[in-house]
Write a protein that binds this ligand. Structure first.
Ligand SMILES: CC(C)(COP(=O)(O)OP(=O)(O)OC[C@H]1O[C@@H](n2cnc3c(N)ncnc32)[C@H](O)[C@@H]1OP(=O)(O)O)[C@@H](O)C(=O)NCCC(=O)NCCS
Length: 204
């Protein structure tokens, strides 16, 4: 399938996570998650992130989904409480290219959630959406994010850094690209681990 509008609604399951659409009753959890210094430092989120920002965020997320422009899913363990977010945006069907992004709430970090969510969405983008060039843009100072990228099979492209002015001063974003075939391999490994751990089959 080649997407002219990205599929909506969408649920992806695999590697110990369930990626699902944002819902209006996620507002309180979303505000707690996004009002965080690391998210303010490394993403374009407003800070402080209050209820008003949360309402605007969920509205924009819904619009982006309903118009098929982006995929923006809550990371959950079982479809219930949101623990993070993973996105696919900037789709260029001609180049078969898109960018991905991710964040995880502070109490839920270092448990493999970002890596699982990124691998799951990357595998879906390659196998179902037929996107062959998947990109991340990461500030080299963001060690957590570069570790996630590396673990999921992304490599630096060597393209010139993208320079930006942010609230913390000038930043530069490196471009990372998923090495061919790595998303599927990683999902296979996650699937096997999940099957051993929980004794159930997962799908994506
Ligand atoms: C980046 C972020 C999403 C990582 O989420 P996470 O769920 O903790 O990441 P994972 O548990 O999947 O970790 C994946 C890998 O990164 C490593 N890692 C995670 N956080 C790290 C840190 N702070 N320092 C060094 N390595 C780190 C893990 O050890 C793991 O590596 P390994 O498999 O080699 O052991 C999270 O720190 C975050 O939300 N940060 C703020 C928002 C942000 O920076 N988003 C990305 C913008 S480009």
């Amino acid at each position: 399938m080649t997407a002219s509008r990205l599929p909506f609604p969408l649920t992806l399951t695999g590697g110990g996570v369930v990626l699902r659409e944002w819902r209006s009753d996620d507002l309180d959890d979303l505000v707690v998650m996004l009002d965080d210094p690391d998210i303010a430092r490394w993403t374009p989120m407003p800070s402080p992130f209050d209820v008003e920002a949360g309402i605007a965020y969920l509205k924009r997320a819904y619009q982006g989904r309903a118009t098929g422009q982006r995929i923006q899913l809550a990371i959950t363990a079982d479809g219930s409480v949101p623990l993070g977010e993973v996105l696919l945006f900037g789709v260029d069907l001609g180049l078969k290219e898109a960018e991905l992004g991710y964040l995880v709430g502070a109490p839920h970090r270092r448990r493999g959630l970002a890596a699982s969510a990124l691998s799951l969405l990357s595998a879906y983008a390659q196998s179902t959406l037929k996107l062959s060039r998947l990109l991340l843009r990461i500030d080299p100072g963001n060690l957590a994010s570069t570790a996630v990228a590396r673990r999921c099979g992304f490599r630096l492209t060597g393209e010139p850094a993208i320079l930006q002015e942010g609230p913390y001063g000038p930043t530069s974003l490196d471009t990372w690209e998923l090495v061919e075939g790595r998303a599927g391999t990683r999902m296979e490994r996650l699937r096997n681990v999940a099957a051993r751990r929980y004794g159930r089959r997962t799908q994506f």
